[in-house]
Design a protein around this ligand. Structure first.
Ligand code: HEM
Ligand SMILES: *[C@@H]1O[C@H](CO)[C@@H](O)[C@H](O)[C@H]1NC(C)=O
Ligand SMILES: *[C@@H]1O[C@H](CO)[C@@H](O)[C@H](O)[C@H]1NC(C)=O
Length: 501
């Protein structure tokens, strides 16, 4: 009897013990995960999360910047959301955003690094670095950009020259519908290329066009679900196919291109006559002690690539938004043209000094940036040391996202938040600065290219409207739909640039 029971138990055990073990193991892992992920005291509130996945299924990856308004209404201006296993706090409203990004003790200046970016950039360069390395790289980049003309005449001349080339290329379209993306991309990219690589590229240069396409695709891929999953489960996703693999390949190619340019620079480099950013960097590498400084080959490649990518996509996207808004608002376009005609006429090339005399044009460019809102959630920051903001405890390592959309579309701040309206930046015909306008972010980590970008936007935009009137192609309606990637950019479209006069 006992023996029979014993063998029954053994048989049962044999059947269930594997599943039980597995179940037990899972329960244990969940429990550990639960303990590990428990929110600390006074941590910002947020919706309940699943273990491992966090709030990933509550995110709308098609429109990540729009998805959570109901949660803000429920939980307030600082809410916690986990994407996979990454702890995020989303901040809304100017006072809190300023307190976080621009407070005097700079507790939120690090950049979080996700496994995918870690694999590609390894925390080097300008955008992804933190701590002492970031300080050194940023200081050097700013100084060098200044030496090669940031805020000086020579850089302005480069932009004017490029604007001239671009206007000629657009003239070749003879007023027929064309897709402005890659010409504008190429022209804008040429500015940063001439500073970093010492050369510009012809718009017909197939190899360079290929590179710009790679960059554009990489920026798109980054928003895919696979890439978010990689960031939560790198050791699994590493082995799986998907857009993350393509992304890694693309960045590899972009890095290779930069490495080639650097190798070529080394061949005819003369430390006494630096031609560009790369030359200056090579000199810096020999000056500093290799053991303690961050000026090495890896940082050279990453910083150069960062300037290239940050200096291309953003400004070019903003200019494409500008043309769309002009084509869709003909009365506003006419007013800009009237101002250009009265201040510059048809032949004088615009320069940055003219901006003070062109408040309407300046207001239009600001309004383009407000409506374009191309980095809706800013770039993420990371808390550097444990800190308390507005009574909430933010432990070191918390990822902070700031909602710039909420700022740029705040109905309390803007007369017509969802409609293009340059009056937002005008008062009695004069240009008026607005506090709730932060397309370049604020604080110690504010966009490094802000001055450069503003100069580019003014000179390119004014040059366009001096020579052309932008219109929708016949029988077509233009739309303000945006493509979601790292930035919000116009969806593919054609536009007509009708020559003036
Ligand atoms: C309309 C054009 C542009 C916009 C809207 C823009 C916006 C931004 C924003 C929001 C950030 C994040 C700042 C933060 O973390 O708080 C940023 C960072 C950065 N931008 Fe721009 N940017 C533009 C053009 C440029 C240009 C032309 C350059 C070229 C030099 C550039 C280089 C950078 C770099 C290197 C960073 C990283 C800075 C750091 O982490 O310390 N940007 N930009
Ligand atoms: C950002 O703000 C906008 C406008 O208030 C809102 O619709 C959106 O849900 C917010 N997004 C996030 C991620 O906080
Ligand atoms: C640092 O390394 C580079 C080569 O990587 C070398 O040319 C340079 O002399 C070194 N500098 C110092 C100070 O050791």
């Amino acid at each position: 009897m006992l023996a029979a029971l014993g063998s029954l138990a053994a048989a049962l055990w044999a059947r269930i013990h594997f599943q039980t073990l597995l179940l037990g193991a899972f329960a244990f892992l969940f429990f550990v995960e639960f303990l590990k992920r428990r929110r600390p005291k006074n941590y910002p509130p947020g919706p309940p999360r699943l273990p491992f996945f966090g709030n990933i299924f509550q995110m709308d990856f098609e429109q990540p910047h729009l998805a959570i308004q109901p949660l803000v209404n429920k939980y307030g201006n600082m809410i916690s959301m986990d994407i996979g296993r990454v702890r995020n706090v989303i901040v809304t409203g100017l006072p809190l955003i300023k307190e976080i990004l621009a407070n005097p003790d700079h507790r939120v200046v690090n950049r979080p690094i996700m496994p995918l970016q870690e694999r590609i950039f390894k925390k080097h360069g300008l955008i992804m670095s933190s701590g002492q390395e970031w300080k050194e790289q940023r200081r050097f980049a700013l100084m060098t950009l200044r030496n090669f003309g940031l805020g000086k005449k020579s850089l302005e001349e480069r932009i004017q020259e490029e604007a001239h080339h671009l206007v000629k290329a657009i003239q070749e379209e003879k007023g027929q519908p064309f897709d402005p993306q890659f010409k504008i991309n190429n022209a804008v990219s040429n500015i940063i290329c001439s500073i970093t690589f010492g050369e510009r590229f012809e718009y017909e240069d197939a190899r360079f066009q290929e590179l710009l396409k790679l960059l554009d695709e990489a920026i798109c891929l980054e928003a895919r679900l696979c890439c978010h999953l990689y960031n939560s489960f790198p050791s699994i996703m590493y082995f799986l196919p998907g857009s993350h693999q393509k992304l890694i390949q693309h960045w590899g190619k972009l890095k290779l291109f930069v490495s080639h340019v650097i190798e070529n620079h080394k061949k005819d480099w003369n430390p006494d006559e630096p031609r560009d950013f790369i030359d200056a960097y090579l000199t810096e590498m020999t000056k500093t002690d290799n053991a303690t400084s961050s000026f090495d080959e890896e940082n050279l490649v990453c910083s150069t690539l960062d300037l290239f990518l940050a200096g291309t996509e953003t400004t070019s996207t903003t200019l494409r938004w500008a043309l769309l808004h002009m084509a869709m608002n003909p009365e506003i376009q006419e007013k800009v043209q009237a101002e250009i005609d009265s201040v510059l006429g048809q032949s004088q090339q615009p320069s940055i000094a003219d901006r003070d005399h062109m408040p309407y044009t300046n207001a239009v460019i600001h309004e383009v940036q407000r409506m374009g809102n191309i980095l809706p959630m800013n770039l993420p920051r990371e808390v550097t040391t444990d800190t308390t903001v507005a009574g909430y405890y933010l432990p070191k390592g918390t990822v902070i996202l700031t909602n710039l959309t909420a700022l740029h579309r705040d109905p309390k701040e803007w007369a017509t938040p969802d409609t293009f309206n340059p009056e937002h930046f005008l008062e009695n015909g004069q240009f008026k600065k607005r506090e709730s306008f932060l397309p370049f972010s604020v604080g110690k980590r504010v966009c490094l290219g802000e001055q450069l970008a503003k100069t580019e936007l003014f000179i390119f935009f004014t040059s366009f409207l001096q020579k052309f009137t932008f219109r929708a192609p016949p029988n077509e309606k233009l739309s303000l739909k945006s493509r979601v990637s790292v930035t919000l950019s116009p969806v593919n479209h054609h536009i007509c640039a009708v020559p003036r006069a």
